[in-house]
Design a protein around this ligand. Structure first.
Ligand code: 6PG
Length: 487
């Protein structure tokens, strides 16, 4: 054994899993004065952290899980930062076998909240606490201040909360961390954060694509536009990095960096989980869904090949030369409007899950802890917090007076951009689906009456009448078409 066991009960908390996210979290805790036990399945990674950063704070490395657990002060806090899925289950099992009642196991990976609910129930039955916690902000966030979304019991948060809050990002002195709710609440909220992240990124990409295809602008020119947009309501991390990425040149060729990247977007699954869960809960998260499917479409290579060679090519027919500036401003407004819809949909999904599982999630607090540290951090999130402060029971974010007013200002531009794109063959799935949602959700009358009629016709699925909404009716379509009341 190359690493001697540290003294018993010496560390305030421990982190196991010394890949970049885990080691950065451990370093963040150490930088705030915590005594941090560290461990990794292969000791080489633990040794590397000590060799490179051992002087940055008080670290207590262990080679075995038993030494690692023994080095923690009681009640013990062990944070897991390993790959989601089976590797996480394996580490939980190892830790649980070594821990005592009252100790806390924390999973900070991007775990599926269904797994978190299962693990929490299992670990609770063994007298321990299990906390599934979302952590957002990438590698730099983990090191310098992420947004943290812990679930689990109130009791576990009493022990964990102060530590997590101190290492999280802070905005206006307020930590970007709060207790989200019991069992899987933290991971659910993190999943929706990622879904919104997908929508945000897709909307930005559509805005970029329009400037390219409709206006023939170069990547660095578009980068400058995003730089300007970052001084408006759109002020956010994702707009900021977009401006940077677009103005970066490939060192090998000197070409704009984006022009040398294959147009096939990858995904690790949290967007798809958001869409799956939304579909199961019956919550229309159309912006997130289109953003997720747009990534899938970009990676559908044989399909794209087949379509490219047989379907008519894209042509931009509508000249917008003299309206150039107005057009760019209209894209900005369309982006803003669609973003408001995508967030509203995401919050709708959180509310639905919170009701279903009895999590009692504070919606305004979720927006508050996303203001800093995480990938979707944005000034705009303050407005969401304010909306929920005005009305905690707000059924739909878009119906808040501020958002209703903001969206009203953008609607004309939004319609211009979506119709222009349709007429000119530029795909804008997120811009257009969010506009359709907006028109659908505010419609006096939807064609769902016809769908109910069709369902009753072919499957006797019944319907409610406008003059008796509680009654359940069926028409005897294949007989004399008389109507039966079934309740
Ligand atoms: C974050 C990010 C982070 C990660 C995602 C990206 O909040 O820090 O969301 O979780 O970057 O895994 O997901 P995709 O690989 O699916 O784009």
């Amino acid at each position: 054994m190359s690493i001697p066991a540290p003294a018993e009960g010496v560390a305030d908390l421990g982190v196991t899993g010394m890949a970049v996210m885990g080691s950065n979290l451990a370093r963040n805790f150490a930088s705030k004065g915590y005594k941090v036990a560290i461990h990794n399945r292969s000791a080489a990674k633990t040794e590397k952290v000590i060799a490179e950063h051992g002087d940055d704070g008080e670290f207590y490395p262990s080679e075995t899980m038993a030494d690692f657990v023994a080095s923690l002060s009681k009640p013990r806090v062990a944070i897991i930062m390993v790959k989601a899925g089976a590797p996480t289950d394996a580490v939980i099992e190892e830790l649980a076998a070594l821990m005592e009642p009252g100790d806390i196991i924390v999973d900070c990976g991007n775990s599926n909240y269904h797994d978190t609910r299962r693990r929490e129930a299992d670990i609770r039955a063994r007298g321990l606490h299990f906390v599934g916690s979302g952590v957002s902000g990438g590698e730099e966030g983990a090191l310098k201040g992420p947004s943290i979304m812990p679930g689990g019991t109130v009791e576990s948060y009493k022990r964990l909360g102060p530590m997590f809050e101190s290492i999280s990002a802070h905005v206006d002195g307020v930590p970007c961390c709060t207790h989200v709710g019991p069992d899987g609440a933290g991971h659910f909220v993190k999943m929706v954060h990622n879904g919104i992240e997908y929508a945000d990124m897709q909307l930005i990409a559509e805005a970029y694509d329009l400037m390219r295809k409709a206006l023939g602008m170069s990547a660095p020119e578009i980068g400058k536009v995003f730089e300007e947009w970052n001084k408006t309501e759109l002020d956010s991390y994702l707009i900021e990095i977009t401006a940077d990425v677009l103005q970066h040149s490939d060192p090998q060729t000197g070409k704009p960096f984006v022009d040398i990247i294959l147009d096939q977007a990858a995904q690790k699954g949290t967007g798809a989980w958001t869409v799956q869960n939304a579909a199961e809960m019956g919550i229309p998260v159309t912006g997130i869904a289109e953003a997720t499917f747009a990534r899938s479409l970009s990676g559908s290579i044989p399909q794209r090949e087949a379509a490219r060679t047989t379907l008519p090519a894209l042509t931009v027919d509508t000249p917008i030369d003299e309206q150039r500036e107005a057009f760019i401003e209209a894209i900005r407004q369309a982006l803003y409007a669609s973003k408001m819809v995508a967030y509203s949909q995401g919050f709708d999904l959180i509310r639905s899950a919170s009701d279903q599982y009895g999590w009692n999630v504070d919606m305004g607090a979720m927006a508050r802890i996303w203001r800093g540290g995480c990938i979707i951090r944005a000034v705009f999130l303050n407005r969401i917090t304010e909306a929920y402060e005005r009305n905690q029971e707000l059924p739909l974010l878009l119906s808040d007076s501020y958002f209703a007013g903001e969206i009203a200002k953008t609607v004309k531009s939004w319609r211009w951009i979506v119709s222009f794109s349709a007429l000119n063959g530029i795909p804008v799935p997120a811009f257009s689906s969010t506009l359709s949602y907006y028109d659908g959700v505010r419609a006096e009358q939807l064609p769902a009456n016809l769908i109910q009629g069709q369902r009753d016709y072919f499957g006797a699925h019944t319907y409610h009448r406008v003059d008796d909404s509680a009654g359940v009716y069926h028409t005897l379509w294949s007989e004399d078409r008389s109507e039966e009341k079934q309740n």
